[in-house]
Structure formats: C-alpha cells, structure tokens
Design a protein around this ligand. Structure first.
Ligand code: FAD
Length: 406
C-alpha cells in the first residue's frame, strides 16, 4: 500500500498528518523532512527562542510519541528531489524512492538572498530554521551590533529580541517606512517610534550597496549614499521565496507559489500543496495570493486532509497573522487590498489601538490591532462578514464593536 507522502515536515506538513488521522485516514502516512527535526513552530525563532526563553520541547508541534502512536512514518534529514507523476513516486536525496497514492507538497519558503557583493561572507545570516536561530543567537550579546537588512516582521522582531539581550541593532529599510509591504502607515509609524525609543537605529530610504569585511567576515553594510554601517553581523530579512521547484519541474501549475484551489489541490488531482509554498484563492477578496503565516498553513492542511478523506472543504477563514515586539502584540486580520480609508480606534500613545481599513463602500477589509485583542476579534468577524460600517462608529471607542459584529 502506497498511502500518503508529505514532502516537507514544517508547520503545514506537521499539521496535515494530524488532520489526516483525525479525519479518519487509516492508511500509510510518510512525512519526509529535510531538516533533522520533527515539525516545529517557527514563530518563536525570532522571539522567545532567540531570547532563550523557550526550549526545543516548547518549539515542537507535537511530541515524538504522537508520531509513533498515530503510525506516522518520518524520514527526516533527507529531501524529496523529484516527483515522477507517471510512476506515482517521489525520489529522495538519500537514494530511496517512495510510492504515493496522494502526495502533499509542504515545502515552505526560503529566505530571499541578498544578491549583492559581500553577501556570501561569514556573519551574513538569514532566519528560517532552528539552526539559523542558533547561529543568530550566538552573536546577540551585550556590546555587539547587528545590522538588519529589511524592516519587515522578522527584521523587527529580531531587533526587539536583540535589544532584550543587550545587543545593539540597526534596521536598514529600503522603503520610506518599516512594514511597508504588510501594514498601514499608522501601524508602521507607531512600530518605528517604539523601536527608536528602545534604542534601535532605524534607517529609512536606505539602499544597500554591499557588505564589507575582512578575511571573509562581515564588518559593515555599505549604503548607496556612501554611509558605512559598522556591525558584528548582518541579518538579511528581505522576504521569502516559495519552494516550488519540485512542482515546476514535474509540470504542475506554479509561479509565485504552487497554484492550488480551496481544497489545496494542485493541477494534478493526486497532488496537494499547502502552506508557504502555495498561491491560493482568497474568496473574500476575489483574488489569489501567497500567504506566509501559521494560520494559513493550518487552514490549508485542513483543506487537503478533508479532501483526501472525502469530506467537504472547510469554510474559508479570514487570513490572520500576529507578531510580538517588546510588550506589543500585533494582530492583523484580513488583507487591505486597495483600501479607501483607514480609521483609527483607540490611541497609539497609550499603546493600545486598532486601525480598520475600509473599501470605498465602507466594507471592512482588514484590521490591525496593537494590544487590543477585543478589537482584533470583533474586527475579524466584521471582515469575515464583509460588513459595511460607518467610519464614525469604528472610531468611537464608546461604541461596542462586538455589537457591530453580530
Ligand atoms: P515551513 O514551516 O518552512 O516548513 C517547510 C519544511 O519543508 C522545512 O522544514 C523545509 O526544510 C522542508 N523542505 C523544503 N523542501 C523540501 C523537500 N524537497 N523535501 C523535504 N523537505 C523539504 N507566522 C505567523 O503566523 N506568526 C508569526 O509570528 C510568525 N513568525 C515567524 C518568525 C520566523 C522567524 C519565521 C521564519 C516565520 C514566521 N512565521 C510566522 C511564518 C510561519 O512560520 C510560516 O508561515 C510557517 O512555518 C509555514 O509553514 P510551512 O509548513 O508552509 O513551511
């Protein structure tokens, strides 16, 4: 019996095996993972793990005994190198092959590389895996200075962790504001101010020309305007690229992520794809996108498992995401595609507020909440229901949002 093979033992791969058993799949399940570890959570890598507040056990998605009890075979430390769709088998880097009845691609994404002179020097780091986090943790000590290229979530979370560990951090952002790709201007401004207040140097509109160093070790980031940012190490946090080569090479539809439908099916009915490696439909917004978040990995794992087990697809969820920086908990629900208006509720000065992004017809597209979990929860429902709400009501903290969301 061939059963189900999962390529990639990250958050999506680790979740789909559990849902398959939960939904009644009795047959063989084989989880193939390139990293030597059982599936683990990546979010703490830039937060608690980096600050040495979490252990390897805290990171694991499930304990080792779960895989034994659920009869999930694991092949770790090896990768799927090719898919033979005609023979219905995958080839592994260790020379083996595995036949499949159904194949699930859960290969995640890889950090985008800095294609500039000096990028290959030692001390130029990226952050995706536990091994990457260990390498980064080793340089975050009092008195050392980390240059962070990219003011996105990962760069900013690492900056906050660096400060907590007494290291210096300088964030180098190409755009005019931090979180430019993923957040509205109010949120960007508030986050930037907080980082500066915590002693992080934030350089905006700063184009990197290359990395400089001695004897192959990075010592500074050179900017195009001639500035030289001295540092002990460099973290490159400029986004991630979907690991879609396996799919492309065997002729599946892909490009900016493996194309899937709302049951996580690829263009081959026997092959599914889930998590960061996919480009998926967003029914609430009438378009497709690649989402990089834990909630998305779990949602798509459910979709694939349900389809394989002959269940109807789960109801689509509102995309959401969180980020922790200092004592700030950011929670974002929905996606602000072409917003017409941003409405502020609460006060950024008090450290607790939400920004609602509305379409021209006042439909709530997205909410960004900072230390405002109730506004986040209510906002998520407003987005799910595509509710139209007058901006004045959203702005007025005296109006209970919960009632608007009913
Ligand atoms: P991954 O978890 O990356 O797993 C893919 C796995 O597949 C990897 O282990 C990879 O080695 C393996 N693989 C790749 N190719 C092959 C192959 N050919 N054969 C076998 N194995 C293969 N999301 C949030 O929602 N909130 C957060 O706060 C947050 N913080 C984050 C912080 C960091 C530092 C990082 C890196 C990510 C963070 N994310 C966060 C994103 C979140 O972790 C990802 O969206 C999630 O891990 C995606 O799961 P995945 O299974 O698709 O990919």
């Amino acid at each position: 019996q061939a059963g189900i093979v999962i390529a990639g033992a990250g958050h999506a791969g680790g979740s789909v095996v559990a849902f398959l058993r939960q939904y009644g799949w009795k047959g063989r399940i084989t989880l193939v993972g390139e990293e030597p570890l059982l599936p683990y959570q990546r979010p703490p890598l830039s937060k608690a793990w980096l600050k040495r507040e979490a252990t390897a056990d805290n990171l694991a998605l499930r304990p080792a005994r779960f895989y034994e009890q659920q009869r999930i075979e694991t092949r770790l430390g090896t990768r799927v190198t090719a898919i033979d769709r005609a023979a219905r088998e995958v080839h592994l880097a260790d020379g083996g092959t595995l036949p499949y009845d159904r194949l699930v691609l859960a290969t995640g994404a890889s950090p985008r590389r800095l294609g500039l002179p000096g990028a290959e020097m030692s001390g130029v780091l990226a952050l995706r895996s536990a091994a990457d986090a260990d390498a980064l943790a080793a340089v975050l000590e009092p008195g050392r200075r980390l240059a962070i290229i990219g003011g996105g979530y990962i760069g900013l979370e690492v900056a906050a962790s660096a400060r907590a560990l007494g290291a210096e951090a300088v964030v180098i952002e190409r755009e005019a504001r931090v979180l430019a790709r993923v957040a509205g201007t109010d949120l960007s401004a508030m986050i930037e101010a907080r980082h500066r207040a915590e002693g992080v140097e934030v350089l905006l509109d700063a184009a990197v020309e290359g990395i400089e160093g001695e004897a192959g070790a990075a010592q500074a980031v050179r900017l195009r305007d001639g500035r030289r940012i001295a540092c002990d190490a460099v973290l490159v946090g400029i986004g991630a690229m979907p690991n879609e080569a396996l799919a492309v090479e065997c002729g599946l539809e892909a490009g900016g992520g493996i194309t899937v439908d709302l049951a996580a099916r690829t263009s081959d009915p026997l092959i599914y794809a889930i998590g960061d490696c996919t480009r998926r439909p967003l029914p609430l917004y009438g378009r497709e996108a690649r989402l990089e978040s834990v909630p998305n990995a779990i949602e798509q794992a459910k979709q694939a498992a349900a389809d394989i087990c002959g269940r109807p697809p789960p109801v689509p969820e509102v995309p959401w995401f969180w980020s922790d920086q200092y004592d700030l908990r950011l929670q974002i629900a929905g996606l602000a595609f072409d917003p017409a208006e941003a409405v502020l509720r609460g006060s950024p000065e008090d450290g607790s507020f939400a920004v609602f992004h509305l379409a021209a017809d006042h439909r709530v597209l997205a909410v960004e909440a900072v230390n405002a979990p109730a506004d986040f929860m209510a906002g998520r429902i407003l987005v799910a229901k595509a509710r139209q709400v007058a901006p004045g009501l959203l702005h007025d903290s005296a109006v209970p949002l919960k009632e608007l969301a009913i």
